[in-house]
Design a protein around this ligand. Structure first.
Ligand SMILES: [Zn+2]
Length: 306
């Protein structure tokens, strides 16, 4: 089946599922002409062909009726194969004690609203025309070796639209009933309220309360409490204030003096006790005879022995 045609058929099935409550497994009511067509064009197995047509998840059960079988039998040898094949299908129970024509039998099975949710498969154009006027009856037919579902008729679309509107909008009497229920239920609450307040209260809220609709949602929406931490720069850790800084300018001066002393100490070379030679970090060679430092020029270095 072509993709375009398949999606078209799927849309039709969806229409009937949405507007008329068709659910799987779909049931297909076939008449003698359709069985004959299936056999003629070798559209077998028939349930597989119909499953693919309806895009169903499982093969739809096929039904016929005793009146349809009787009509096939009457047609004689030419339709003997169709009669045998139809005999293998499930039989939908019709209320005809005396056999009627297949068309009348199918129309009576469908009724005025197709409560059984049958898809009707037929090659009879008169029957198809009659079924178009009944709301909620999808019609299947064959053209050579292809099967089709008829597009919903104008009447069917109108009926679906009206039905939807009916469901959306309450009737006047229903609306008034809801109002009455609402006012009765709210009586105790209204006793305390002043007349002005009663008048100001919108009618819709009364109806809502009658229907048990909460004024406010029970659950709070989750909202972010602050900026997204992933999109922010990391906070720099605050430099810890030293004890000296905390004590103020007086302590500050003392800390400065301490730092100077420390620096001097680092540059001071301790007096050695025996003859030794050291190399100062600034590459000045220093020699000592055990008593004191020999003359060595190293600017910025304080020699303790001198
Ligand atoms: Zn019947």
């Amino acid at each position: 089946m072509r993709v375009k045609r398949r999606s078209k058929h799927r849309k039709v099935v969806k229409f009937y599922a949405t507007c008329f409550g068709f659910r799987e497994p779909y049931r297909v009511l076939v008449d003698g002409t359709f069985v004959y067509h299936l056999l003629l064009h070798r559209l077998l197995p028939a349930d597989d062909a119909l499953q693919s047509l309806l895009s169903a998840s499982r093969p739809p059960p096929l039904f016929t009726s005793k009146c349809v079988l009787a009509e096939l039998r009457r047609l004689g040898k030419s339709h003997a194969e169709a009669f045998d094949a139809a005999g293998l299908l499930a039989t939908a129970k019709c209320e005809h004690d005396k056999v009627v024509s297949a068309v009348d039998c199918i129309l009576s099975l469908i009724g005025d609203k197709n409560h059984e949710h049958f898809f009707v498969a037929t090659q009879d154009s008169d029957l198809r025309a009659k079924l178009r006027e009944v709301p909620g009856v999808p019609v299947i037919y064959g053209l050579k070796s292809s099967l089709f579902i008829e597009q919903p008729s104008v009447q069917q679309r109108k009926f679906a639209q009206l039905d939807e509107e009916k469901r959306l909008h309450m009737g006047k009497t229903e609306y008034q009933m809801q109002l009455k229920v609402a006012s009765d239920g709210k009586m105790a609450e209204n006793e305390n309220a002043s007349d002005d307040e009663k008048k100001r209260r919108p009618v819709s809220s009364l109806v809502q309360n009658a229907l048990g609709v909460a004024d406010k949602s029970k659950f709070k929406k989750k909202r972010p409490k602050g900026p997204n931490p992933l999109s922010c720069k990391k906070k720099k850790p605050k430099p810890q204030l030293s004890a000296a800084q905390n004590q103020g300018p007086k302590a500050d001066g003392e800390a400065k003096r301490k730092r100077v002393r420390k620096r001097k100490k680092s540059h001071t070379v301790s007096k050695p006790t025996e003859a030794t030679t050291i190399v100062h970090p600034d590459m000045t060679r220093l020699e000592c005879d055990g008593k004191g430092w020999l003359d060595a020029m190293c600017p910025g270095v304080v020699y303790p022995g001198k």
